[in-house]
Design a protein around this ligand. Structure first.
Ligand SMILES: *Cc1c(COP(=O)(O)O)cnc(C)c1O
Length: 471
């Protein structure tokens, strides 16, 4: 054994203590950490012959990179849809690294950590009030979850056309219909060889909406009775968190044949809120659903789950079957995760989710969701009251999409957002909504408080006064 590694294996306890002390210090000042950083470090290209040990690496990380780390898991990082990490999530994530398992089969394959993953999936289904006839697993993000679900959808389309696409390649004439898809779904279609240009945009509901017009959707299905169709529904569009009408789509599913996928990356958490669960009513009839865990579930990055109806398990195995491990018998018996999702080897990301579920229960998770919805409402009211800002869309869940009132020049929005973010006290991201430049604030962090919302509203007033009146 290398002498350095031998020495470190004996000092592991003091090394971990140092890491733990630094972690605690980071988390306890997280609310004050800057939300943006403009410095760019010089990057090395040559690796030293001898290493400096973990302590040396820590010193170098602290000297070169630590100060560049922004408070992206802190309470006022409202850009994109960015969650944080709860204590239980960090504990689970740390232990999944320490135990370093590779969740595959449930028994008889050495590593049986897949049981933790299956349990986490079952508990998530319960949390979301979804029926147990979905099969689920963990992938790195909602992009990969969309990819996984749409890959099974592609196999289903092939079946309708009499082709085994996983074996024979992509069929011509696949059509995908959608209204306001996330860019990652379009990316997935490209990866899947379905081709992003085969997406047919269906009209959205009239008014200040982003949801699909169900009448227009039915019209499309009626006019194309022989064409196998994949519908990608939104459970929370990114700009205004609009939801397609799932009850109406479930009715269509009784009349027409199509694969129904729901991208519920963060909007699915509406199911946890008693006042908002109506937004996802009917989603249990979907064929597949995407949920991100590293957003509103507040676990570290690289965690999302897919749910695919168990009645499609054979299609799923046809899609992801590892060719070295030919599948025999009922796919849900003699089970192995590597036949159900893109990766073969994976870390036990489910453990972080499992820790959070067990640690905080239905109530804990519901309160994160409800608190964040209240923050969005509070922030939205502040915008409505202001003479300088206006909402671009109603606050439907946890995101506020707004712009400057009476802006004479759209660049003013850009300058305002840049100046605001440069304070380092908050971070929001730009958007374009119905041809107007806007700004999004997404509330998905368990640390956010009403004080944070007030602080930012005050800060926004200062910044806009400075820009518009010079004081
Ligand atoms: C964030 C998001 C995605 C992509 O998720 P990643 O975890 O970044 O891969 C997909 N769909 C929606 C609706 C999202 O909000």
């Amino acid at each position: 054994m290398n002498a350095l590694l031998k020495k470190e294996s004996e000092e592991v306890s003091s090394l971990f203590e140092l890491i733990s002390t630094q972690s605690t210090a980071y988390l306890s000042e997280l609310h004050e950490r800057q939300t943006t950083q403009s410095q760019v470090p010089l990057l090395r290209t040559k690796l030293d012959q001898s290493g400096v040990g973990t302590l040396g690496a820590l010193t170098q990380f602290n000297e070169r990179f630590e100060s560049l780390m922004v408070g992206s898991s802190g309470p006022r990082y409202w850009g994109f849809v960015t969650g944080g990490t709860t204590p239980a999530a960090i504990a689970g994530d740390w232990l999944s690294t320490v135990y370093d398992q590779n969740p595959q089969g449930l028994q008889g394959q050495g590593d049986v950590s897949a049981n933790v993953e299956i349990e986490a999936v079952q508990l998530l289904l319960d949390l979301f009030h979804l029926p147990p006839d979905f099969f689920g697993g963990f992938v790195t993000g909602a992009t990969m979850s969309n990819f996984t679900c749409l890959a099974v959808a592609r196999q289903w389309v092939g079946k309708q056309l009499g082709i085994d696409i996983a074996k024979q390649g992509v069929a011509k004439g696949i059509k995908v219909v959608t209204a306001t898809p996330h860019s990652s779904s379009i990316k997935s279609l490209a990866l899947l060889g379905i081709g992003s240009s085969n997406v047919v945009k269906i009209n959205i509901e009239v008014g200040n909406r982003e949801a699909i017009d169900v009448v227009a959707l039915e019209h499309y299905l009626q006019k194309n009775p022989t064409e196998p169709v994949i519908l990608i529904s939104s459970a929370g569009t990114v700009n205004t968190v609009d939801f397609d009408d799932f009850k109406a789509i479930a009715k269509l599913k009784e009349k027409y044949s199509f694969w129904w996928h729901i991208d519920a990356a963060f909007g699915g958490f509406a199911a946890c809120s008693s006042h908002h669960q109506h937004l996802v009513e009917g989603w249990e009839h979907a064929d597949s659903i995407t949920i991100d865990c590293h957003k509103w579930f507040n676990v570290p990055y690289e965690s999302a789950v897919f749910f695919v109806k168990q009645k499609h398990s054979l299609l799923q195995v046809e899609t992801f079957q590892n060719s070295n491990a030919p599948y025999l018998g009922n796919p849900l018996e003699n089970f192995n995760y590597l036949n159900f999702l893109p990766e073969n080897s994976r870390r036990l990301k489910a453990l972080s989710v499992w820790f959070s579920l067990i640690a905080y229960g239905q109530e804990g998770i519901r309160s994160i969701v409800d608190d964040n919805i209240n923050h969005a409402v509070q922030f939205g009211k502040g915008i409505e009251r202001s003479l300088d800002f206006e909402l671009l869309a109603p606050v439907r869940l946890n995101t506020v999409c707004f712009t400057l009132r009476k802006e004479t020049n759209p660049d003013e929005v850009t300058v305002f957002l840049k100046t605001l973010n440069a304070t380092g006290k908050v971070f929001m991201t730009p958007t374009l909504y119905k041809d107007r430049k806007g700004i999004r604030a997404a509330f998905v962090n368990w640390r956010t408080t009403t004080d944070d919302v007030n602080l930012v509203l005050g800060l926004m007033n200062e910044v806009i006064n400075q820009l518009r009146n010079g004081h």
